[in-house]
Design a protein around this ligand. Sequence first.
Ligand code: NOJ
Length: 544
Amino acid sequence: MVAEPTRLEWWKTGVVYQIYPRSFKDTTGSGTGDLPGITSRLGYLSDTLGVDAIWISPFYPSPMADFGYDVADYTDVDPMFGTLGDFDELLGEAHDSGLRVIIDWVPNHTSDRHPWFLESRGSRTNARRDWYVWRDPKRDGSPPNNWRSVFGGPAWEFDEQTGQYYLHSFLREQPDLNWRNPAVEAAMFDTLRFWLDRGVDGFRIDVAHFIMKDPDLTDNPRAVPSAGEADFKDLGDYDAWEHVNDKGHRDVHAVFRRLRSVLDEYDGDRFTVGEIHIFDWDRWAAYYGDGDELHMPFNFSLVWARWDAGAIRSRVEALEAAIPAFAWPNYVLGNHDEQRLATRYGPENERAAAVLLLTLRGQPTIYYGDELGLRETPIPGARLQDPWGLRVPGMSRDGCRTPMPWTPGPGHGFTDPTVEPWLPFGDDAQTRNVEEEFADEGSTLTLYRRMLRLRRNRTSLVAGTIEFLNGIPGDVLGFRRDLGNERTTVFVNFADEERSVDVEPGAALLLSTDHRRTGIGSGRLTLAANEAVVLDPGGDRRPI
Ligand code: NOJ
């Protein structure tokens, strides 16, 4: 099931940590985080926490209509975040600390202020007109087809000056590039080379499957409700349509094969992970190609799964069955678009979720602040920032993007104490912060630190096979990871009450979500409500 670990690339063995740069650390007193702020906290990431790579959400020059996912220049840094020199310093220091750096790349759309779009919208005949998707109105003046924007409303905006509509799958300030034009592909691949030349280790590709649409721009059919649908996020009007024509056209695979060959021009195991919200496993797994497309598509299947042993197990088994033998799985439980996991799964489960994330087979990505157990922060209406939330009530993503609390006290070590941060801190920041949690044996931060250390010391957790255990209570998930002679067993109790499972007589405790647990009984283990444990089943014979 898994390649022999003779040489596993860093992106297979490592744990990735996502940083939303606006919210990590402010060094200028602007109330918004910046690149030097990240540099100043690299020691926290590499040593205190112990992750292996960071993914930084966009920091490009941008009007910030979608907080950086509207890029006005792919080869520079927005002054709000610093300078290219600051980026080089961050990258150099990260590499010196043994951290890899992945940056966001946003190929589907630019900002409407990008010089390419300004030129494109200038006239019907200019050289860059075809760099975006322009079409005439229908006879009655309405948009060219029925496609909807993810953020609400039609996916078309009428341009008075030239009398045509342009396509925007997201905000009207984010016009879609026309990837069927080879000049667009060439220009965008050059932006990859710009960062690869500087030394970045990889890219997270924003809405990767969106870049190729049906060439005839055929209408989308109405959606047919399907089993399991309720497990996923309801996008309202957008979900009323089957998105078969406005994204994920099969021609996308040829683009990713060419993109892969750009990365392969470079040494050092450069890496790509695509943001791909597809929940049909075969279509999703197709983005691995024959090992010649993306290194992996992000796996969001657990994000909206119920916190339920059976639901989680069936998704993991479906993933394992869907991916080709060479492919490496990955898991994500939180990011800048989703409700905080501590709120989504319930605060009583966030610690078990951490153990699950870091023990399943595959690359885990931790979202900044989840290691503190940050909750979704309610944002008062007057302070809402997210354009999606401002357009569609209930869709705001601000609550998971609040500033990282480093210390107790005003400013929480994130910004100057006299400055109002761009989003408010959570109510519990006085106690739920890095300084307090570092000193607390029972904190979520301590659990993550221990779990990450354990993972580093236990190759079966990194590269072993995974096999689920049967004959245990239905609300307990049990699995083992095997590599050579090393075996690790994991139990996660999803019940709000105790559950007992059989274990090998000599099994030894490696870690529990309950820091007060010192061991396990011989042959039988009683798990506390919502507890997760990691065991060495042959612990008395092979102590670590
Ligand atoms: C996905 C990103 O994760 C999200 O934050 C952004 O708004 C959209 N893509 C549009 O770029």
